[in-house]
Ligand binder design. Sequence first.
Ligand code: 3EB
Length: 411
Amino acid sequence: MMISKYFAGEDSPMASCAQYCLMDLGGTRRLVMMLTPEGRGDFTSQAGEALAAMQSILRGKGAAPVFQTVFLRNAGDQAQCQKLLSAHYGTQIPVTSFVYQPPCTGAALAMEVWAIGGPSVCIERFSQGALAVAHDGVRWVYVSGATPEDANPSCGAHAQTINALGRMQNALVNAGSSFENVIRTWFYIGGITGPDKAGAPGPQRYIELNRARAGFYRGVRFCPNVPHPDKFEIYPSSTGIGMKGEGLAASCLAMETGRSDVLLMPLENPQQTPAYEYSHVYSLKSPKFSRAMALALRDYVTIWISGTASILNSESLYPDDVEKQTEQTIENIEKLISAENFAAHGAQGIRAGLQDIAKVRVYVKRPEDFARCKAVCDRLLAGVPAIYTVADVCRPELLVEIEGAAFVNRK
Ligand code: 3EB
């Protein structure tokens, strides 16, 4: 297998707004594109720049976009964005999540787009919100859950979370899958550290999200049919992050396989308390997610890295230093995907480093920290395609959160 990475400027005169990573997984190709327009014209021209850059990356690669996340500076641009995306993709539109997080660069939007292709790839579309991709004996279902318009802020974050999870469950069943197959989730929540409207004086909205998620997951046994080590509890890898407004949006990725030669590994971080064991000090019901989920399939490993922050054990470090927080976050990710940590989880011969990361999303709390945060990422994650957005992190003192996806050969 060859995993190749190309960056803006190396193979085309493409604007540096377009970064991507192409993975050749022995016949099946996966491509992730991170697009942040550089022009400062109106929304339509910026979206046009991102879509044109994407077209130029896709040319000749034989890969179809299946899953995209669109970060918007203004929620009011969503209708126009939807129109432009429909016109661009036609019926072949990927499952789309709209997230109200302004790109740090000042652009009106940014897009993360995943594409896949290859002789054995079969794509099924179920609705705007669900799509399945089958290849190599594995079937993936991508779902975008509740949109903020559907969610009524006055019901509070608990009801919004249950609503989003219920929608994802329905979409998964409709796509021939089920909620127990979920391996990766994203929760974007307005007012994440603020009080909840449902209860006065309400608990924090993130705490309500955790209460709802813990309740919903109580009856779910994740991935019962996929071989996995039983050393740790098994929960999906996740990102829980703020966004503008009062809504909640969620999306997920589910996986099923009849193969017995695969290995699914929920990873915990040797430097961090498992989130599901966090004390009540942080949340009444602990956040039910794994630090990463790794899937060994054939001769390669895919690793979904959860939203990671400057937390050691359970404590936030460097409360007012974005550079140190960014360094600590990246060190946490490095330890999480290291050979030592895979070995500690019972998997020998899997070794991933920061250079194996195909993309990162960097969520920055304060716009003024962007340059300092990016300088650290440019040094430690040199060349890794990235999107930077402004978003609140679940604890007030946390200034940055980073998530990613990594691909490595299995030795
Ligand atoms: C942390 O380590 C930071 O609630 O799904 C990271 C990833 C965080 C996922 C979630 C929260 C979530 O606790 C916050």
